[in-house]
Design a protein around this ligand. Structure first.
Ligand code: HEM
Length: 146
């Protein structure tokens, strides 16, 4: 049971990150699109909306439900583990990032984006840092009980 949940958790993490990496990349291209290219801009809006609603948010919910389920199965252990506390703090930030993506998506949908493609290029790199840190925390467990 635990291992099945963990496998599903990791699958959901992978699909979530696929979208977390690709949506801000679409924002980069969308921010660079010519103001007169109406068809192109509308196409970006559809791609962004479908990615966010169809993949990114369902994956984030699956990661959360499966993660909390895993936590509940061994709560007395995880509650004492520093690596899990650090992981959950970073994951909390990642949900904030997800929410920001939703806000930027709405700005684009309403033709109200004012941020540059350079902003979105930098923004696009942030989930990489979380991914690297969380995988090291859960696999290496550099600090345990504390
Ligand atoms: C609400 C969010 C989350 C919760 C509550 C949660 C909780 C958990 C729990 C309890 C485990 C089992 C740990 C063990 O092996 O004993 C686990 C495994 C794992 N989680 Fe999460 N997680 C969440 C989000 C994430 C995210 C965002 C990532 C990636 C950035 C992630 C990556 C992993 C990985 C790679 C494993 C497998 C670790 C291993 O077995 O070596 N989790 N998670």
């Amino acid at each position: 049971m635990f291992l099945w949940l963990k496998a599903l958790h990791i699958i959901a993490v992978v699909t979530w990150f696929a979208a977390l990496f690709y949506l801000p990349r679409l924002f980069v291209y969308h921010a660079m699109a010519d103001a007169t290219d109406l068809a192109g801009r509308e196409r970006f809006k559809v791609m962004e909306r479908k990615l966010y609603r169809g993949i990114m948010t369902p994956s984030a919910i699956a990661v959360f439900v499966l993660g909390v389920w895993l936590l509940a199965l061994n709560w007395d252990f995880y509650r004492t583990q520093g690596w899990m506390h650090a992981k959950l703090a970073l994951v909390f930030l990642l949900y904030g990032y997800h929410g920001l993506c939703g806000r930027f998506l709405r700005d684009f949908a309403n033709d109200r984006n004012t941020r540059s493609h350079v902003f979105y290029r930098v923004f696009n790199e942030l989930p990489v840092l979380v991914l690297v840190a969380v995988v090291i925390l859960v696999v290496v467990r550099p600090f345990g009980s504390g």
